[in-house]
Design a protein around this ligand. Structure first.
Ligand code: SF4
Length: 182
């Protein structure tokens, strides 16, 4: 058990260290890359500043300043949804996507792809551990849409049972702030 904790700690430190180095090279902070990475995977209910703050455990002020800087650097744009609530949604630019492509995340994906069955087993174990820790802290799970209790399959495609809206195949693979365990 001690060894597992030690491994998790060392992995976390290593990833943070790599993230800081990548960010430094771009004149950014690690948190800026984390925001880009989250937004690249977030669905349309979750690509908003408050969801960024919840996912990363940041204050709204930090998120707001970071978003402003990422916009100034041309890595992020914002757009307003044409609904009554007029929420501000955030989207990576091509330049923002290229920054992530060159970051540690890409190398990590390549490592995991070398043994897909081991990666799948690891995913199940880590998902279970993460879920327990999130429930203990009362944090939102931010799971992948396909595994949500509200996810519905119809002949014409996927639908969200919570909002009643249809979902594209790509959206069913994204992270959602409203995700609930089946
Ligand atoms: S089905 Fe669940 S995860 Fe997917 S969009 Fe709806 S609430 Fe979010």
């Amino acid at each position: 058990m001690d060894k597992t904790i030690s491994l998790l700690e060392r992995l976390g430190n290593l990833l943070q260290q790599q993230l800081r180095e990548d960010a430094n090279e771009l004149g950014l902070q690690a948190v800026h890359l984390q925001i880009l990475s989250y937004l690249q995977r977030a669905n349309r209910y979750s690509d908003i500043p408050i969801a960024v703050a919840e996912y990363l455990g940041l204050t709204r002020g930090t998120v707001s300043q970071s978003i402003k800087l990422l916009q100034q650097k041309g890595l992020l744009i914002q757009h307003n949804q044409q609904t009554a609530r007029r929420k501000v949604h955030l989207q990576l630019t091509e330049q923002g996507k290229a920054v992530l492509q060159a970051s540690w995340l890409h190398s990590l994906q390549a490592e995991l792809a070398e043994d897909t069955s081991a990666a799948a087993r690891l995913e199940i174990t880590l998902e279970s551990l993460l879920g327990k820790l999130q429930r203990a802290r009362g944090n939102a799970a931010f799971g992948v849409c396909r595994g949500c209790v509200f996810h519905q399959r119809e002949q014409t495609g996927a639908r969200c049972g919570l909002t009643g809206e249809s979902l594209s195949e790509q959206e069913t693979l994204q992270l959602c702030r409203e995700w609930q365990s089946p």
